[in-house]
Design a binder for this molecule. Structure first.
Ligand SMILES: Nc1ncnc2c1ncn2[C@@H]1O[C@H](COP(=O)(O)OP(=O)(O)OP(=O)(O)O)[C@@H](O)[C@H]1O
Ligand SMILES: [Mg+2]
Length: 238
């Protein structure tokens, strides 16, 4: 049994002969905001994808709510209450905002769709204004909001986000991080992968630093923000 909401124990993952994750262990407790920071190619996206079974962890264990999910099919992992906002958003560009939200209900069914869509429109008023607009014509920031809202439509207990601030203007980035705090306030647990270490560590209760597939450092957001190694490598040395 694990007391953590999510617990990753010593996982290795490979792409063919290339090892992308080495003995990665971490945990996220209920209600926490935890961030994983690391440079390009460190293995951040691989870790999130491994949680969903692609690639599979060849060694080690992944537990969610105390139950092993390491070898479950992806759709069953989603049904258990984990949702991923993938890198690059992957919204359906030809569908409207509203249709994209409906797609988010797939793991749980349509029972609460109307109520939950309304809740998303309250959280993201911009999406309500654009409910009939094709998602591919939204701005980058709006698309990111839609990707987050779509993930929330599955009523996850925990939401995993892969670089939600990537490529967005500073004001939009600020808004994204505010939204994450609001989502945490709704009782969701958050695991956030970011290259924007400054924003992420300020938001997070705790953080991990991934270097070449290995967790090199961990600590509270505050500790990591003040760590000279982190400052040098991820905060431009300031
Ligand atoms: N499908 C794949 N096939 C082969 N190698 C891959 C594949 N996906 C990722 N890799 C390799 O695995 C390593 C980790 O990549 P990953 O995408 O997890 O890094 P990342 O930390 O998310 O980087 P970024 O910040 O650029 O998104 C890299 O060396 C990458 O080239
Ligand atoms: Mg990535």
């Amino acid at each position: 049994m694990s007391e953590h909401l999510l617990e990753v124990r010593g996982i290795d993952a490979y792409y063919g002969p290339i090892q992308a994750l080495r003995e990665v262990s971490l945990h996220v407790d209920k209600g926490e905001i935890v961030t994983l920071i690391g440079a390009n190619g460190a293995g951040k996206t691989t870790l999130l994808n491994t949680l969903f079974g692609n690639p599979r962890a060849l060694v080690g264990h992944i537990l969610f709510r105390g139950e092993e999910i390491t070898r479950l099919p992806t759709y069953q992992i989603a049904k258990r209450g984990l949702a991923l906002v993938p890198e690059g958003r992957h919204i359906f560009p030809g569908m409207t905002v509203e249709e994209n939200l409906v797609m988010g209900t797939i793991p749980v069914g349509m029972e609460h769709a109307d109520e939950d869509r309304q809740a998303m429109f309250e959280l993201f008023p911009r999406l309500e204004e654009r409910r009939d607009q094709r998602a591919g014509t939204l701005s980058g920031g709006e698309q990111q909001m839609l990707a987050i809202a779509r993930a929330l439509m599955a009523r996850p207990e925990m939401i995993l986000l892969d670089e939600p601030s990537l490529g967005l203007a500073p004001l939009v980035v600020k808004r994204i991080f505010e939204v994450l705090r609001e989502i945490a306030g709704l009782g969701k647990t958050i695991f956030l992968v970011e290259q924007n270490a400054n924003h992420a560590l300020k938001l997070a209760d705790r953080g991990y630093v991934l270097v070449n597939g290995v967790i090199e450092l961990q600590g509270s957001g505050k500790e990591l923000l003040g760590n000279p190694q982190v400052r040098q490598a991820y905060l431009g040395g300031h």
